[in-house]
Design a protein around this ligand. Structure first.
Ligand SMILES: [Zn+2]
Length: 226
């Protein structure tokens, strides 16, 4: 399937299929993910997606809620950030550690998903997606270890595995690399600038002023395709 700029930026859903009721993935990713689910199940892991595809509009809503202080932004120790005394530039860069700009999220592609193990927690467990849940003594440590050994055999990788000063490590964020690499190849800075300029983005002027710095640091740095 030809990857369009609209697909890369979350402006269309034409490339997606349902994984289950409320989760959409790229239509070429559903079967590989289900294979991974099936082999995980043999080890007692109930591999589930907390978040698959997200649209441009959804990501814009998330960004704006955080940037305007209506939704918490966490720091590297999973503590709430105090954004009040920061300059706009500091606030934007603090947010980019944990939140993608609309048009720039790998979740737009349907190739990436945040995963957890439903068998490891009680049915009323409130999923946080914090690093300690996936580390030793965390409920999803078994999942992390199993994925570390086997996800690669099925084409799944971690774009945010290491802290390179851009996006903070996200042990829950998997990417199906055969398809994700096609999207990475289509990332286009000029197009990103245009859609952000045409959006109702909070901190827009600051973001556009720093965009040449932001794109390599927070977007291209996560690419599997180097
Ligand atoms: Zn994610």
């Amino acid at each position: 399937m030809h990857v369009t700029l609209e697909m890369v930026s979350g402006k269309t859903e034409e490339h997606l299929s349902e994984l289950n009721g409320d989760c959409l993935l790229h239509q070429a990713v559903v079967a590989p993910f289900q294979s991974l689910q099936a082999v995980a199940a043999e080890k007692g892991i109930d591999l589930q997606v907390a978040s698959g595809f997200r649209s441009f509009e959804r990501q814009l809503t998330i960004w704006n809620a955080k940037a305007s202080g209506h939704r918490l932004v966490l720091d590297d120790q999973s503590q709430p950030f105090n954004l009040v005394n920061m300059s706009e530039r500091e606030r934007a860069f603090a947010m980019l550690r944990w939140s993608a700009l609309p048009g720039c999220s790998r979740h737009h592609w349907g190739t990436d998903m945040d995963v957890w193990d439903a068998a490891a927690v009680s049915p009323n467990y409130v999923l946080q997606l914090t690093p300690d849940e996936y580390q030793q003594n965390g409920p999803f440590h078994k999942l992390s270890c199993w994925l570390g050994e086997h996800a690669g055999e099925y084409g799944f990788v971690w774009p945010y595995e290491h802290d390179n000063g851009g996006v903070a490590p996200e042990p829950w964020h998997l990417s199906y690399s055969p398809v994700a690499q096609q999207f990475e190849a289509r990332l286009n800075a000029q197009y990103i600038r245009k859609i952000l300029d045409n959006s109702e983005l909070v901190l827009k002027d600051t973001i556009l002023n720093c965009l040449d710095e932001i794109i390599p640091k927070f977007i291209f740095s996560a690419c599997i395709r180097k």
